[in-house]
Design a protein around this ligand. Structure first.
Ligand code: NAD
Ligand code: UD1
Length: 336
């Protein structure tokens, strides 16, 4: 099957490209390279033995998307393209609504025009906002608390409305928890520009000595050790979840709109992640506990029962292995 991956050069899209291509799907990457580098394609070629097609373009370019869908006889789309930094979204909300919401609108217009109606969308656990109960299941009320989260929620709702309007659409919104780690080759991974916002890339840069110490945001949460608890999920497990969603959309009973959590179901505290990373790397990760980060919640972790029951998917990689792969990638990416 020929599958278009918008944002396919980015962190999660590139790992999904490997998973899909390795079982024989033809992947077409479509990316404006605003947060990624074209040389990822040559690194994908080293993993796969062939270079996937890359179309350099923006998801807001409906014409180019339609042309790409036709040229490559695309049957399904995985939509990773978007902006994802919470702090930046507060400072530049219009950029987030434009890229994430308008971008998705342009994409589904192009798909409809070309008769492509299978879509897997990169959503986020951030759509749940402050947890009212744990683990978070898909029935938990949604209440995004920042422009990034609201842009994801807008897209989910737009796609749900679209599926109601036309029974031919098959749409899976995958709500990722905290994706971390990298492909076992060490050739692709997360390479944030500037200071990392997220925990794992920050820890990795402290371990290499590039940054002095980690600031642990809050030590007085109502959690076993006082630090924030999250559901970290390895990026290749996440990629497998996309494949499972794609297979599901091919089933007779898959018409309509569906939301699935992709997480492990297990929460780990910041201190647990630091310790696991130290074990994995053999390096010291100095840290200090500082004030809480505004907008953070104490604990967030998934119930992935729905994904297990309906998609037949379950995460398998444990925290130690996540850290080992993140460390391997950190050492490689410093040389790229
Ligand atoms: P990423 O920034 O590494 O990848 C996104 C890719 O999309 C980049 O290659 C970027 O150049 C491209 N892109 C951005 N805007 C575009 C546009 N208008 N047109 C074409 N290409 C565009 O991010 P990622 O971590 O791989 O995230 C992928 C998706 O998953 C995003 O939609 C993100 O919101 C979502 N998500 C990510 C996380 C996470 O922790 N990484 C968590 C939940 C959800
Ligand atoms: C953040 C975003 C979320 C987004 C996700 C993935 C916020 C409020 N939420 O989630 O919307 O989907 O990233 O991109 O920004 N931590 C530290 N020190 C650091 C960095 C993080 O102690 O330098 C702690 C945090 O307080 C948290 C945990 O580590 O307890 C994980 O943080 P992070 O990786 O940023 O992810 P989230 O906050 O869960």
């Amino acid at each position: 099957m020929s599958i278009l991956l918008t944002g396919g050069v980015g962190y999660i899209g590139s790992h999904a490209a490997v998973t899909l291509a390795q079982i024989g799907h033809k992947v077409v990457l479509y990316d404006n390279l605003s947060n990624s580098r074209a040389d990822v394609v040559s690194r994908l070629a080293r993993i796969l033995g062939h270079a996937p097609v890359l179309i350099e373009g923006d998801v807001r370019d409906t014409e180019l998307l339609a042309q790409t869908l036709r040229t490559y006889s695309v049957s399904a789309v995985m939509h990773f393209a978007g902006l994802k930094a919470v702090g930046e979204s507060v400072a530049q909300p219009l950029a987030y609504y434009d890229n994430n919401v308008t971008g998705t609108q342009c994409l589904v217009r192009a798909m409809r025009r070309c008769g492509v109606r299978k879509l897997v969308f990169s959503s986020s656990a951030t759509v749940y906002g402050e947890p009212q109960y744990l683990p978070l299941d898909e029935k938990h009320p949604t209440h995004a608390v920042n422009p990034y989260g609201r842009s994801k929620l807008h897209v989910e709702e737009m796609l749900s409305d679209l599926a109601v309007s036309d029974a031919d659409w098959r749409i899976a919104c995958l709500r990722y928890f905290n994706p971390v780690g990298a492909h076992s080759s060490g050739l692709i991974g997360e390479d944030p520009n500037g200071t990392p916002n997220n925990l794992m890339p920050y820890i990795a840069q402290v371990a290499t000595g590039r940054r002095d110490r980690l600031s642990v945001f809050g030590g007085d949460y109502d959690t076993p050790d006082g630090t924030g608890v999250r559901d970290y999920i390895h990026v290749t497990d996440l990629a497998d979840g996309h494949l499972a969603a794609l297979n599901f959309l091919g089933r007779d009973d898959a018409a309509g709109w569906h939301a699935f959590n992709l997480g492990t179901g297990t929460g780990h505290s910041v201190l647990e992640v630091i310790q696991a990373f130290e074990r994995a790397s053999g390096m010291n990760v100095p840290y200090e506990i500082v004030a809480r980060r505004p907008g953070d919640v104490a604990s967030s972790y998934a119930s992935s029962d729905k994904a297990r029951q309906i998609l037949g998917w379950q995460a398998g990689v444990r925290l130690d292995e996540m850290c080992i792969s993140a460390w391997r990638w950190q050492q490689h990416c410093a040389q790229l």
